[in-house]
Design a protein around this ligand. Structure first.
Ligand code: FES
Length: 170
């Protein structure tokens, strides 16, 4: 199991200390850690379990029950496709098949180049403009396979340009 970095360790310990007295503390702790680190490192489970006086298996069981939580570091871009009713009525099922085949991955997976992780989500609050997709912090409405490809091209270009800029600087 990969060890936590010092920064990850501090986040996990502080989150447990801040929230362990809350009723149903486990979910707020897991949300807090994932919000800050992008995922819940496996090495955090023992610390959470000790803080809440539960077993690691119990913590792991809750993490695996909720699809929202990730135990692996996500790719550079997190893509979330809305699977809730209004978006389904606007064709999100066909869109998700198209996006999965474009990326070559299923839900809860990361592309081989580590650029994109794909997750389902159940309503992005953008129901009138479905089908909706969230990329990073931004929600895109009326998404189509073609628009998604253009968006991915832009994101890949941005990463390449950023990488080149960093090389110049060093
Ligand atoms: S149902 Fe998709 S954004 Fe609400």
């Amino acid at each position: 199991m990969t060890k936590l970095s010092e920064q990850q360790y501090q986040v996990v310990v502080k989150s447990v200390a801040d929230k362990k007295a809350l009723p149903g503390a486990l979910l707020p702790i897991l949300h807090d850690i994932q919000d800050q680190l992008g995922y819940i490192p496996k090495a955090a489970i023992d610390i959470i379990a000790a803080g809440l006086k539960q077993t690691a298996a119990e913590i792991y069981g809750v993490i695996s029950f909720y699809h929202h939580f990730r135990l692996d570091k996500p790719g550079n871009h997190l893509v979330e496709i809305c699977r809730a009713e209004a978006c389904q009525a606007m064709g999100s099922e066909a869109l998700e098949q198209e996006i999965k085949s474009k990326l070559g991955i299923d839900y809860h997976q990361t592309s081989k180049d580590n650029n994109v992780s794909l997750e389902p989500v159940y309503c992005l609050g953008n129901c009138a403009c479905g089908p909706s997709v969230k990329v990073g912090e931004r929600v895109y409405g009326r998404m189509s396979g073609e628009k998604f490809s253009q968006l991915m091209d832009k994101l890949s270009t941005y990463v390449v340009e950023l990488g080149q800029g960093e090389n110049h600087a060093s």
